[in-house]
Design a protein around this ligand. Structure first.
Ligand code: CAA
Length: 257
């Protein structure tokens, strides 16, 4: 499938997906979201791709859901359109996804970045959930994921005022994993992705699932899940190779088997 609002390329074992609707600061209309989830699913299915980087451009990761597309919709129409259901497909991607954020990540843009597994931010990045200024609230996970990322008090501050959070504040609060300079943000995200791509794809998938479980299960259940997953990986060739390579003092070559 060719995409009208995405730029997609392989960088070795890293799949780079860039939102490309610059005239609207990459606002997430139905076309962008449908293309994005389709593209992510395609990358998830391709064995040669081990890690995905999702980016925007220098000015914006994404400035939110497309306000113009929903401004005239009523309650029942929004319910019937149920556009946000599409976002559940992002949650089901098994490979690690790094959000590379420069400029605005607002509303649905911030929610999309938080739906990824970790965020690398340019020093220019600005995160926010400004939906309160539109007379609504975040609808694609903002109240839940922001709260889990930065805690109740700061999440309330963000969501009740609609204020923006700088990249450095986001780093300090744990919303982002790394901050890069404005000229290198994408390269740094790709570099990190390439490093992760050298690991066992099986272990990456299981590690991602296990970390995400921490948000959804009580501790005892999460620990049990982790332990079973750890034992399960002893059925993989990658475990044999990883431990053998350690003993032989060489780099492991993981095959995902
Ligand atoms: N939807 C539709 N169009 C948008 C948009 C959005 N979310 N954000 C920006 N645009 C459009 C603008 O309308 C403008 O288009 P025109 O040139 O045709 O007028 C273009 O992008 C450039 O934007 P600005 O001229 O406004 O650029 P700026 O630099 O002056 O301001 C900004 C940048 C502060 C990000 C401002 O555009 C803004 O506040 N955008 C809206 C942010 C927002 O409220 N996001 C939340 C959306 S609701 C949501 O996401 C719900 C959810 O949880 C799923």
């Amino acid at each position: 499938m060719s995409f009208t609002c995405l730029k997609v390329e392989d960088r070795g074992a890293v799949g780079l997906v860039q939102l490309h609707r610059p005239e609207a600061l990459n606002a997430l209309n139905v076309t962008v979201m449908e293309e994005l989830v389709t593209c992510l699913e395609q990358m998830d299915a391709r064995e040669e791709i081990r890690v995905i980087v999702l980016a925007g451009d220098d000015r914006a990761f994404a400035a939110g859901a497309d306000i113009k597309e929903m401004a005239d919709a009523g309650h029942i129409e929004m319910l019937l359109r149920n556009n946000i259901a599409r976002w559940d497909r992002v949650r089901r991607i098994g490979k690690p996804i790094i959000a590379a954020v420069s400029g605005f990540a607002l509303g649905g843009g911030c929610e999309l970045a938080m739906s990824c597994d970790l965020i690398v931010a340019s020093e220019t990045a600005q995160f926010g959930q400004p939906e309160i200024n539109l007379g609504v609230i975040p609808g694609a996970g903002g109240t839940q994921r922001m709260t889990r990322a930065v805690g109740k008090s700061v999440a309330m501050d963000m969501i009740l005022t609609g204020r923006m959070m700088s990249a450095h504040e986001a780093l300090e609060r744990g919303l982002v994993a790394r901050v890069a300079s404005k000229g290198t943000w994408l390269d740094e995200a790709l570099h990190l992705a390439s490093e992760i791509a050298t690991k066992s794809p099986l272990a990456l998938r299981v590690a991602k699932e296990a970390v995400l479980k921490a948000f959804e299960t009580p501790l005892a259940e999460g620990l049990e899940y982790e332990r079973r997953s750890f034992y399960m990986l002893f059925g993989s060739q990658d475990q044999v190779e990883g431990m053998k390579a350690f003993v032989e003092k060489r780099a492991a070559k993981f095959t995902g088997r």
